[in-house]
Design a binder for this molecule. Structure first.
Ligand code: SAM
Length: 243
């Protein structure tokens, strides 16, 4: 039977602790008792563990043995802030697909009220990926960066292969750009940043900014996809290429 996986908030070499809603659920609904077995994620590693102590808001585990875990896809999604309900859907699905990090950015066509509210949403976004990571039995939780202006992210120094998805691009497919990144990385696994525009798409000056900073434009095909479709399709292409 597949054991449920818990993501610890605190840990040391021998023990790990979950708190808050996770702990309450385990204590009250699952009636956790000392000795109960569980899989616990601590510091990016997965352990076979046993419950050591149960309090209503905190469960402590003894870590018994590390078990093999699959690494995240080495991809940071640079996601232009747009309608929050759709963005949250992207965060959940991208976590299931293995994304390593999401960097929300304020683009020229991000609606003003969403740009202003983005900062106050970050904790909620972090909770969403935490729950999705647990549900999908990941061994880590994607990093959610604080929202930043697009130009800051585009200009930042990076070792990654940086790809901007653009529906106007006709020559380079995402698959082609990935094949080149894999070939260039030789024995290593390439790390990637993939940028996805808001509902209105990238403004011309943003396309020029990407270009001037070494980002490669790539296409997901001849149809115009919604941003959330583009995000999921891109991660599926990356997974099929790298995993
Ligand atoms: N500019 C368009 C418009 O408003 O008609 C659509 C923008 S699309 C909804 C949002 C983002 O999804 C784009 O900025 C791009 O990053 C990505 N995207 C959508 N379709 C794409 C495609 N066929 N190839 C590459 N990226 C695509």
């Amino acid at each position: 039977m597949t054991r449920r996986r818990w993501i610890a908030e605190h840990w040391d070499e021998a023990t790990a602790t979950i708190v808050g809603a996770q702990a309450e659920h385990m204590a009250r609904v699952l009636r956790a008792q000392p000795g109960m077995e569980a899989d616990v994620v601590a510091g990016g590693h997965v352990f076979h563990a046993e419950v050591a102590a149960v309090c209503p808001h905190e469960i402590r585990f003894n870590l018994v043995a590390e078990v093999r875990a699959d690494p995240a896809l080495p991809v940071t999604l640079v996601l232009a802030v747009y309608k929050f309900d759709r963005m949250e859907w992207v965060l959940e699905k991208a976590t299931e697909l293995g994304v390593a990090a999401v960097a929300p950015v304020i683009a020229r066509r991000t609606e003003k009220h969403l740009a202003e509210a983005a900062e106050s949403r970050v904790e909620r976004w972090r909770r969403i990926v935490h729950e999705a990571a647990q549900q999908s039995r990941r061994s880590d939780v994607p990093l959610i960066y604080d929202p930043a202006p697009l130009a800051v992210r585009v200009r930042a120094a990076s070792e990654s292969t940086r790809i901007v998805l653009a529906e106007q691009e006709r020559t380079t497919t995402l698959r082609h750009a990935l094949d080149e990144a894999v070939a260039a990385a030789e024995e290593e696994m390439p790390t990637l940043e993939i940028a996805i525009g808001p509902e209105g798409g990238w403004a011309p000056e943003e396309e020029a900014l990407f270009d001037a900073n070494g980002w490669r434009a790539a296409s997901l095909g001849p149809r115009i996809l919604r941003a959330e479709t583009a995000a999921i399709a891109a991660l599926a292409v990356v997974a099929s290429c790298l995993e």
